[in-house]
Design a binder for this molecule. Structure first.
Ligand SMILES: NC(=O)c1ccc[n+]([C@@H]2O[C@H](COP(=O)([O-])OP(=O)(O)OC[C@H]3O[C@@H](n4cnc5c(N)ncnc54)[C@H](OP(=O)(O)O)[C@@H]3O)[C@@H](O)[C@H]2O)c1
Length: 399
């Protein structure tokens, strides 16, 4: 909803792109957004193969990763009573918005140690301090998802830290609604899909083995999705709609040279690239579930936390949009949620014993109660999920 509504507001206030007329549908839909849109292999061998390939590729230049096993899950308290050890959760993009609010919500319970996987160390440190997160409850590790090399280095560093991995939250994202030309990751993939999908795809594949080793009562891999990519809602039908087409652009490497920078092979559109990346996130979660849940017991989940209209996600939008979007969400669509509330929602998906069902896309109703939401046809297309997985494996160098 957030970004459909973002599109709606932006249609009224954004600078028109060359060759694109501002469709009247967008404008007339501005007040048509309803609240109901909110309410409504073999594991071992593939992991070993993945590890082998990773080591082969990196062996010459990087230190060998250390095999880690989880520490005892029950630890003795001062009273001698055994209690559950702290959970260890990696959250990407924890330097602002939803990621920071989630880190705060989890750290505050005293039951979690949060590894804030961020591209800007100082920003993350300041953010953790200003959020009042106790030093004992977080560690910052560098991760730039727009560089696959950085993803691999993060994984190395994490493994060498000896920390267990109980939950991985793929939260970071970029959104470039006003970009006129595509920009690219270090490896030359269009930035939104390269960061939001491919960076997280490699990260979660390389850390799957660590998650599987966790002896925590519930181990989880969460990939933050969005209503944005779901065309089964009114808001999801606001142009530009998510559409991966036949994946020809993705298969071509999204480099904008010999192929399109867009997954479906079309002309670049920054808002659509973001929505497409979110469809990939939700497809990836389900493909993980199909491939690995039964064998590993890992819970794979996605979610739409609500419209957090105040976060940095909208930083590249024009100032007028940023001014009007929060009140628009609060008073017109009523889909607004505060960063604190959204952080609590994601923290539930990380830690609530009642949310262990795998393969689910969680949403929350007006009363802030979680429910299993329906994904759009494309975002739940089994064949497409498999193809996105296979192409992504090639692009990030796993096959
Ligand atoms: N805001 C909403 O209404 C809304 C609605 C639905 C879903 N979501 C989802 O919520 C998640 C968080 O978004 P947000 O709203 O909290 O936005 P945000 O405040 O902009 O947070 C995005 C985070 O991603 C990080 N990031 C961006 N590029 C990165 C890279 N290359 N490597 C590592 N980290 C990178 C940012 O780091 P820096 O601090 O260094 O920039 C920031 O910490 C996203 O997945 C988004 O799709 C948001």
């Amino acid at each position: 909803m957030a970004l459909q509504a973002a599109s709606l507001v932006s249609s009224a206030f954004s600078i028109p792109k060359e060759g694109k007329s501002s469709a009247s549908f967008k404008d007339s839909s501005l007040f048509g957004v309803s609240l109901s849109d909110h309410a409504k292999a073999d594991f071992s061998s593939s992991v070993l193969r993945c590890k082998r390939e990773f080591n082969q590729r990196n062996g010459a230049v990087r230190a060998q990763t250390t095999a880690t096993t989880s520490p005892a899950v029950n630890v003795a308290s001062p009273s001698g009573k055994k209690t559950l050890r702290k959970g260890s959760v990696v959250i990407t993009g924890a330097s602002s918005g939803l990621g920071l609010a989630t880190a705060k919500a989890l750290a505050e319970t005293g039951k979690w140690h949060v590894i804030m996987a961020c591209r800007d160390f100082l920003k993350a440190e300041r953010a953790a301090k200003s959020a009042g997160i106790d030093k004992e409850n977080y560690t910052i590790m560098h991760l730039d998802l727009a560089s696959l090399d950085s993803v691999r280095q993060f994984v190395d560093t994490f493994k060498q830290s000896g920390r267990p991995l109980d939950v991985l939250v793929c939260n970071a994202a970029v959104y470039q609604p006003t970009a006129k030309e595509p920009t690219y990751t270090a490896e030359g993939f269009e930035l939104s899909v390269g960061t939001n999908h491919l960076g997280h795809f490699l990260l979660s594949r390389l850390l799957l083995d660590d998650l599987n080793k966790s002896n925590y009562p519930s181990k989880r891999l969460i990939i933050v999705g969005s209503i944005t990519g779901n065309t089964n809602t009114l808001a999801g039908n606001v142009p530009p709609k998510a559409n991966l087409g036949d994946l020809r652009g993705l298969a071509g490497g999204l480099n904008g040279l010999n192929t399109s920078s867009m997954i479906d092979g079309g002309d670049f559109d920054g808002a659509k690239a973001y929505k497409d990346s979110k469809v990939c996130n939700m497809l990836t979660m389900q493909e993980f579930h199909r491939r690995y849940h039964e064998e590993t017991g890992i819970t794979f989940a996605s979610l739409y936390p609500g419209c957090i209209a105040t976060t940095g996600l909208f930083r590249e939008h024009i100032p007028l949009f940023r001014l009007l979007f929060p009140p628009f969400q609060k008073y017109i669509t009523k889909g607004y949620v505060s960063e604190d509330e959204a952080g609590k929602r994601l923290a539930q998906v990380v830690s609530e014993p009642s949310l262990t069902k795998s393969g689910v896309y969680w949403s929350w109703n007006k009363d802030s109660a979680s429910f299993e939401n329906q994904l759009s046809q494309e975002a739940s297309d089994v064949q497409k999920a498999r193809k996105v997985w296979e192409i992504s494996e090639k692009l990030v160098g796993l096959t």
